[in-house]
Design a protein around this ligand. Structure first.
Ligand code: FAD
Length: 306
């Protein structure tokens, strides 16, 4: 049943019509639990509150699967505005971006120009940019553009790698050699068994292997998970291997396992929270429901709340 629900939400995440309606009608159905708000003002307020609790932040100006040049240019301008506003407010954060939001499905060169503008402004303002990893259909192009940007801005840009993919072990080995700052995740998209492990046990196993591999590569590792078993294992691994705090951080999503985030801070671990904001919340929200179909209960509650 859980697998059916997961597939249903991941399929729903791709609906352009539902996405358009969601944008028009605003944050609904309990999405506020996972999304900081629709405007940059909300993002700044949330970042400030999290920073005050000792949590670092990565901001995601929500958006993906953009198919017009105007929308891709607007998304680029929004990301640049975000970098300017947070600098003005002197906030501790970095930016996460998705290449399909910047026009990857329209024209690879256009997307590169947009991403380059964002990373240049981040460099000027002293911020770091992480490219999120989207579905497998965009994996090769994401790598291509990442390598181009990384060659020019080696200290300003990092990438996310998904443990669910067979190819990730090899990809990570190459990124480790280049000293790339990597965020490791299990993977949030529906993929075919030709390219990804269909069984969650295998994903969990590869996730631990990849975390250990990158932590010992000498490069920076963002351990992005809410899985307490993994976190417990990695805490012991870090201690045993004597990995300094400058070389890793735990990362979690806004609205998920909030107490666990604060507990890690209390124990002295570096923790960063991924804070999405904006009107394009629908697909992101569907993926959060897919990860834990039990979340549907609060969607239902929010629908019947006056
Ligand atoms: P799971 O085994 O799925 O979950 C472990 C426990 O965490 C669950 O038992 C539950 O208690 C809690 N939990 C997990 N998800 C939820 C939820 N939605 N609601 C409530 N509780 C939950 N994926 C990508 O494909 N590309 C990316 O670029 C990407 N970036 C990410 C950045 C960050 C900072 C994080 C934390 C995740 C990111 N993801 C990304 C999502 C990731 O791939 C997983 O889908 C997600 O993190 C759930 O996996 P988990 O590691 O928490 O483990």
């Amino acid at each position: 049943m859980e697998a059916i629900m997961r597939n249903l939400f991941l399929t729903m995440a791709k609906s352009q019509t539902a996405n358009r309606l969601a944008k028009r009608y605003g944050l609904r159905f309990g999405a506020q639990r996972f999304v900081a708000g629709e405007s940059i003002k909300h993002a700044v307020k949330t970042t400030q509150q999290l920073n005050d609790q000792g949590l670092k932040v990565t901001l995601d100006h929500l958006g993906e699967s953009v198919y017009t040049r105007d929308e891709a240019a607007q998304a680029t301008a929004d990301c640049i505005q975000t970098l300017d506003v947070v600098k003005e407010a002197n906030l501790d954060m970095y930016l996460s971006i998705k290449l399909t939001q910047l026009g990857l499905d329209i024209d690879e060169n256009l997307c590169y120009d947009h991403a380059r503008k964002i990373v240049s402004r981040a460099a000027e303002n002293g911020y770091f940019v992480r490219i999120d990893m989207e579905d497998y259909a965009h994996n090769a192009t994401t790598f291509r553009l990442f390598h181009k940007l990384h060659a020019e801005f080696p200290n300003q840009i990092g990438l996310a790698i998904q443990a669910c993919l067979h190819k990730s072990k090899q990809d990570l080995a190459e990124l480790g050699k280049k000293g790339v700052n990597v965020r490791l995740v299990k993977g949030a998209y529906k993929e075919s068994s030709e390219v990804a492990f269909p069984d969650k046990t295998d994903v969990d196993k590869q996730f631990i292997d990849l975390l250990e591999q990158h932590l010992t590569s000498g490069s920076f590792t963002a351990i992005a998970t809410h899985d307490e078993t993994v976190i417990h294992h990695i805490k012991q691994f870090i201690e045993k291997q004597d990995i300094p705090k400058e070389r890793y951080e735990f990362q979690m999503l806004y609205g998920i396992r909030t107490q666990l985030q604060l507990n890690l801070v209390k124990e002295g671990y570096p923790v960063r929270v991924y804070v999405p904001f904006g009107t394009d919340w629908y697909a992101y929200f569907m993926r959060r429901l897919a990860e834990r179909p039990a979340n549907v209960s609060f969607v239902l509650r929010s629908m019947f709340k006056k």
